[in-house]
Design a protein around this ligand. Structure first.
Ligand SMILES: [Zn+2]
Length: 297
């Protein structure tokens, strides 16, 4: 038996390969696609263009843009229900320019049909905001945080302290209107040797959902490790700490970067996690190889 008490928050994750607790329920990961933006090829791979700011889409033919999916993940494990990222809001379908402001709209150019926002999609799954134990934000970029406007009053919205702090400054990549009225909770990160920067948070204190600090794309990006059974597989949920397998296999840097060295270290950690025999898969928000639907692991 795991001696940690259920309901405690912010514990150091269990040591060793497990990141796991007692033999709890299985693991389900519904992947919810909330449209797709058309972006510069330099967004997933900054090597695709020479200019370091090419990911903004400036001075490039709009016809050269590529579509990348935007997904949120509903993790159901150990009796918990956690939304990892919030994707695009339904408001982005109705009034994208007003919702995003010009700069983010120009760089992201969202393609989103009515009904594809995170709110209506969760509703169709029969999940109300109050049914969520937490919303975990891998980071606060617009394509992950836009949907927070659909969840005013959600019980817990968790991001890393570094990400929250950075978003409160002048960095134009953040649009605070998305989480106005939301009480962002800083994840209680503890020392954890197996994390790339030695910091992680056992969200429920039972080893089922572990938030791992993986900065680089942004100042405080996190990945989520979800595991149902002690001996069962784990799923690694990724925001932008890797867009697809080439990102982590070849350590390809994305266009938008906070720190290149941190990014490489975080990507190398994703690659190492992916190679473990108990890894059921890397579920990345923008990976076209991860289609929408429910994954039973
Ligand atoms: Zn993104």
């Amino acid at each position: 038996m795991d001696e940690r008490k259920e309901g405690q928050r912010g514990h150091a994750p269990a040591d060793g390969a497990g990141m796991a607790a007692g033999d709890v329920a299985g693991l389900r990961v519904p992947a919810i696609q909330t449209g797709s933006p058309r972006v510069s090829p330099a967004v997933p791979d900054r090597g695709a263009r020479r200019w370091g700011k090419a990911y903004t889409g400036l001075f490039q033919a709009r016809g050269s843009r590529i579509e990348v999916p935007v997904k949120a993940f509903l993790v159901e494990v150990g009796g918990h229900r956690v939304l990892v990222d919030a994707g695009w809001s339904e408001r982005c379908a109705a009034h994208p320019l007003r919702h995003l402001g010009f700069a983010l709209w120009f760089a992201s150019e969202p393609l989103l049909a009515p009904g594809e926002g995170i709110g209506p999609q969760l509703e169709r799954l029969g999940v109300a905001p109050r049914d969520l134990d937490a919303i975990v934000m891998t980071h606060l970029d617009c394509d992950h945080a836009s949907g927070l406007v659909d969840f005013a009053g959600a019980p817990r919205v968790v991001a890393s302290g570094a990400e929250i702090e950075r978003s409160e400054g002048r960095d134009v990549r953040y649009r605070r209107a998305f989480w106005e009225g939301v009480d962002l909770e800083a994840a209680r990160l503890s020392e954890y040797g197996a994390a790339p920067f030695g910091r992680a948070c056992d969200l429920f204190g039972d080893g089922t959902v572990t938030l791992v600090l993986t900065p680089g794309h942004t100042a405080g990006s996190m990945c989520v490790v979800a595991r149902g059974r002690r001996s069962g597989p784990f799923a690694l949920l990724v925001g932008d700490t890797g867009y697809n397998a080439a990102s982590w296999d070849e350590l390809r840097l994305p266009g938008p970067l906070f720190d290149a060295d941190q990014m490489r270290r975080s990507l190398a950690w994703v690659r190492d996690m992916r190679s473990r025999p108990d890894c059921a898969g890397v579920f990345a928000a923008h990976d076209p190889a991860v289609g929408p639907g429910r994954y039973d692991l």
